[in-house]
Design a protein around this ligand. Sequence first.
Ligand code: NAD
Length: 356
Amino acid sequence: MTRNYKIAVIKGDGIGPEIIDEAVKVLDALSANMGFNLEYEELLMGGSALDVTGVPLPDETIQGVKKADAVLFGAIGGPKWDNVERHLRPESGLLAIRKEMGTFANLRPAIVYDELVNASTLKADVVKGVDIMVVRELTGGIYFGQPRELLEDSAYNTMVYTREEVERIAHVAFEIAMKRDKRICSVDKANVLEVSQFWRETVIEVAKEYPEVELTHMYVDNAAMQLIREPKQFDVILTGNIFGDILSDAASMLSGSIGLLPSASTGKGVGLYEPIHGSAPDIAGQGIANPLATISSASMMLRYALGESDAADKIDDAIKKALAKGYRTGDLAAYDAEEVLSCSQMGDIIAKFVSK
Ligand code: NAD
């Protein structure tokens, strides 16, 4: 019997529509052969929502995502909306939807494909074989802490974590570590911040439930340095919202391009699957964006939200095969490119490989 899933699709701004179209192309090529059917509902968020509805996150979008089995999201933001009031900025729509959906765990794999070891700015022997999962807390910490205020001569934000928030993200990290190399490095700033000291103590408590997993701790400044010095030492990195934001972008560059890496934001309910990059306004509309991060996000969606691991494996294999055959979009073109593809040509190749 065909399995039916409802996917909320939020294309967003900038390159969002271009990259999402390619992910949907690949999903459609797959679903035909894999015994499932995807029904899409397109929803607005970000600058494009602001232009049409006057708000970056319309109620219709909130209701739409709640009815879906998963959300596939492109990216939002751009210079057109840089000067609108803070609460109307496209990014506030994204923060609000994460909070609304309760997606407190952001999973960001940083994988270096063998075929692209030369695309990294680091030496090939440093990055070859890197396979890190950054587990970032997403709905707490300084991005949400109260009070916060922008005053005339000063401004402040508050970094706060509750026991429940730390425990639930730690459990996510430990569960993931159990399926990988069973090593977690928890990153904090416990030498300076009370909130980090609390984070560390709480993670140590949770670790007692997972005796097979080796837990280490690292200060965030050292972690930033170690990621560049010897990235292969990491398996799972567990960290808070702001540190995770910064470290996962740094980790992403190990792979050579921000255009390669996916992410999943999960929690108790529906998950949000999106590339780690932004809306890339500098290349929007030119058809040259790399769609692989979004196609990989679709793979994570199949695996984690829909339980369609065979289909997810097909996408992952197709990406490896395309890279092995020398197919590259412009962001990777300097590295051993047989042929430089447009965004939609790369989507065609992956769709062709998954449907074989
Ligand atoms: P960005 O990730 O959009 O772009 C950084 C650089 O990487 C640019 O040179 C861009 O061309 C390149 N790049 C990004 N994705 C690419 C792809 N798929 N293929 C090829 N090249 C790619 O970051 P930014 O320039 O700092 O931000 C642009 C806008 O995106 C801002 O409005 C920002 O707020 C927003 N943003 C949104 C999200 C999101 O929607 N999740 C995340 C980060 C930034």
